[in-house]
Design a protein. Structure first.
Length: 383
């Protein structure tokens, strides 16, 4: 458990939660989910002392849940917000390695080969979409964050704030005070904004891969198209859309509650700043949802255009084959007639009968071919 106190434009690390909240500021307690059970007595004592109420048992179960969806709940004293953040590449690699370790030796080797090939396969980034649940308990003077082990969100904020305070050289300048959060809700919204920004970056990566896949599909590379990858990508897009909608609903519910029951310790300007920051987070989430919907529609449209192009090429091929068949039908008729076993037939007894027949067949073939070409029956079908 890590305890940080924000007061008078400064921050400091404490060995234990203070006996009372600072006069102007708040306390931030962050701890890993794996250590929540051991630190529960100290956490409940700090919540009662600094916040005025211990955490409910149901909310503690929510905080312990590793895969809890984005969710908002509240009491008369504190707010609870569960939020799904995007897993880091290191966390995804560790999860994939753990999943591979559970298989047999043969399956493990095959999965490693498949993973190595999967990095080169289209839409490979869709296979790496993983999330982690973070919990926020917001009091008036206390913020409790519960995150998985090795979570970089809280660490990055601490490093940023420490760098700001060291840069200002004194911890009392106006620049340092403006960069530090003014309330637990302010710090929570800043962390939420950072987590949503990672989804915006993921949106660019997924959109780029989807565009390259669509271009290859429209070029007629159906033999190299991995349709199982497309189905997996569509499923991941549906899950990502549901996840972002849950995030937006949770933040919107928190914002509605903050508007209906504003904290008496906040000034009107601080409440307005929180509402603006919360609206910004919601707007970012909506942008992700809209992009996911556009990618889903683009994938569906590309598949429909692909099969339409396939049908068009097939129709052109069948048209050419039909024209060629019609071209040789008269020639087959002539050869069939002269292949009859009659004793007396025209041109059979003449020495130049063969050449007259071949010339007539060639003339008929050329004339028929010109007619078909004029009617574009033999035109090249574009891909």
């Amino acid at each position: 458990m890590q305890v940080i106190e924000f007061a008078s434009g400064t921050l400091r690390f404490l060995d234990a939660p203070p006996a009372q909240p600072p006069a102007s500021g708040f306390v931030w307690i962050q701890l890993e989910r794996e250590a929540l059970a051991d630190a529960l007595p100290d956490l409940q004592a700090a919540a009662l002392t600094l916040g005025g109420s211990p955490l409910l048992d149901l909310h503690l179960k929510d905080l312990e849940n590793r895969v809890h969806p984005s969710y908002y709940d509240y009491t008369s004293v504190y707010d609870l917000l569960m939020f799904q953040r995007l897993a880091t590449p290191a966390e995804v690699d560790a999860e994939l390695a753990a999943a591979a370790a559970e298989t047999s030796a043969h399956d493990d080797a095959a999965s490693r080969r498949g993973a190595a090939v999967g990095r080169l396969r289209p839409l490979a980034s869709f296979r790496r979409i993983r999330t982690r649940a973070m919990g926020f308990v917001v009091f008036d003077r206390l913020l409790v964050t519960v995150h998985p082990s090795g979570c970089p969100v809280g660490r990055s904020f601490l490093e940023r704030y420490l760098a700001d305070t060291l840069h200002t050289d004194g911890l009392t300048s106006a620049g340092a005070r403006s960069r530090l959060p003014t309330s637990p809700a302010d710090l929570m919204l800043r962390m939420l904004n950072t987590m949503v920004d990672s989804y915006l970056e993921l949106r660019k990566q997924l959109s780029g891969e989807m565009t390259r896949w669509q271009q290859g599909l429209l070029r007629g590379e159906e033999r190299r198209t991995d349709w199982s990858a497309l189905m997996l990508a569509r499923a991941e897009l549906h899950q990502l859309q549901d996840l972002c909608e849950e995030q937006g609903d949770a933040v919107q519910e928190w914002l509605d509650t903050a508007r209906e029951q504003p904290s008496p310790q906040m000034s009107p300007s601080e409440r307005d700043a929180l509402q603006v920051r919360a609206n910004d987070v919601i707007e970012h989430i909506q942008r992700v949802v809209q992009q996911v919907r556009r990618m889903e529609q683009g994938a569906e449209t590309a598949v429909q255009i692909h099969f339409s192009a396939q049908s068009h090429r097939m129709n052109g091929t069948m048209r050419t084959l039909t024209a060629l068949t019609a071209l040789f039908l008269p020639l087959n008729l002539i050869t069939g007639v002269f292949g009859m076993n009659f004793a007396s037939m025209p041109l059979l007894a003449r020495s130049d009968g063969f050449w007259w027949t071949v010339g007539g067949m060639a003339t008929l073939a050329v004339a028929t071919g010109l007619v078909f070409w004029r009617m574009r029956y033999l035109a090249r079908s574009g891909r």
